[in-house]
Design a protein around this ligand. Structure first.
Ligand code: NAP
Ligand code: GDD
Length: 350
């Protein structure tokens, strides 16, 4: 059988790292697109080179979603059987600061890949995955969000991803491209970026426990997120491209928690007992053991408008892809904490 060849945009990100390892284990040849950076940006995938079974099928190439010529040349040269577009300016809060750039990368970047597929006449030769997001539901009032829920994006990030979602459907219908949108709810892992709230909370609480940091500053403690594990979610991406027909799928756990509940869960596992007091920006979390303030709120971590409530209905993915999440939020937190403690202990051996 012909070897499957995957091209991953965004290979250096959290999902890019999990997906490339999954595909390499499935014996794909994997080409990953990285951006030129002034400091090494391949930390999440460097371990691939330590595994002789994986490294021979892994190739990194330079490219950028803002550069049509690089996208076209990569696809022309590699002629992949599957393309995964995971590249994005993926931080919601940052998208308010760099709205035009976020729209360019996340929205037009997706269009550039689809145009390259069309112009190279590869419509029937390549399958395409677009990394959509629950942020497209934004300020929806629906209790559970499914593929049928209308989009109401609440940030330049959410709006740019809504465009990417629509244009992916448009190219599927207009040109017959096998193109799928995953609508993925928040998913985390030990290699989650440090400025997303889960990793920020865990890293800060461990540093506080070790006496390296005094306080953790957060924004809105009451938004609710449906958190899964990246390992489960990249498996769903792959499953979507293995179906007979292209389609769009919500990927979620169906459970959600507030940021405060996440803090309480992580704090308990790290060994803190927290007492909360105050309201709004004045709310504080105090370490019951010594009376010291552990957590405070800061205005700059609040967003101009918030997505209050995300909770996904992934029944379609269960029915058609036979997909369901395997890792609970508690196991996810435990894994993130263990990973962080290992890094700390390796840095400061006893
Ligand atoms: P991430 O860790 O932020 O990774 C984003 C990747 O995109 C990185 O490899 C980054 O490169 C790359 N990138 C950024 N701008 C680029 C550009 N102009 N050209 C080429 N590459 C560029 O994000 P993630 O958590 O893995 O998420 C993967 C995708 O799923 C993203 O599209 C995200 O929006 C979407 N998504 C994520 C979640 C989630 O909860 N994680 C949920 C729904 C959807 P550098 O490493 O050089 O920065
Ligand atoms: N980042 C961050 N930092 N978020 C905070 C903080 C803080 O100090 N304090 C409170 N929050 C709240 C945010 O206001 C938001 O409601 C929630 O924590 C989650 O924020 P993030 O972890 O930054 O994730 P996100 O939900 O905005 O976006 C992530 O998930 C999306 C899927 O729903 C990103 O991975 C997106 O790329 C992804 O599409």
């Amino acid at each position: 059988m012909k070897k499957k060849v995957a091209l991953i945009f965004g290979v250096t990100g959290q999902d890019g790292a999990y997906l490339s390892k999954l595909l390499l284990r499935k014996k794909y040849k994997v080409y990953g697109v990285k951006r030129r950076s002034s400091i090494i940006n391949t930390l999440r995938i460097d371990d691939i080179y330590k595994d002789i079974n994986l490294k021979s099928n892994f190739v990194l190439r330079y490219g950028d979603l803002t550069d049509s010529s690089s996208i076209l040349n990569l696809i022309k040269d590699i002629r992949p059987s599957e393309i995964y577009n995971l590249a994005a300016q993926s931080h919601v809060s940052v998208s308010f600061e760099v709205p035009e750039y976020s729209a360019d990368v996340n929205g037009l970047g997706t269009l550039r890949i689809l145009e390259a597929i069309k112009n190279l006449k590869m419509e029937k030769k390549v399958k395409f995955y677009q990394a959509g997001t629950s942020e497209m539901f934004g300020r929806t009032k629906e209790k559970f969000q499914s593929e049928k829920t209308s989009f109401y994006p609440a940030s330049p990030y959410g709006a740019s991803k809504s465009f990417a979602h629509s244009i992916t459907i448009n190219y599927r219908e207009a040109y017959g491209i096998f193109a799928c949108n995953g609508i993925l709810f928040n998913h985390e892992s030990p290699v989650r970026g440090e400025t997303f709230v889960t990793q920020k909370i865990i890293q800060a609480l461990i540093r506080i426990k070790k006496g390296e940091q005094k306080k953790l500053y957060l924004g809105n403690l009451y938004s609710k997120r449906d958190w899964g594990h990246a390992a489960d979610y990249v498996y769903a991406m792959w499953k979507m491209l293995q179906q007979k027909k292209p389609d769009d799928y919500v990927i979620a756990t169906g459970k959600n928690f507030t940021i405060k509940e996440f803090v309480n869960k992580a704090a308990k596992k790290i060994g803190f007992k927290i007492k909360w007091s105050g309201k709004g920006i004045s709310e504080k979390g105090v370490n019951i053991e010594n009376g010291k303030v552990l957590i405070e709120c800061k205005k700059r971590y609040f967003r101009p408008v918030e997505v209050d409530h995300l909770k996904g209905n992934a029944r379609k993915a269960k029915r058609i892809l036979n997909w369901s999440p395997k890792i609970s939020v508690d196991d996810l937190i435990e894994e993130m904490i263990d990973h962080e403690l290992k890094i700390y202990n390796d840095k400061y051996p006893k």
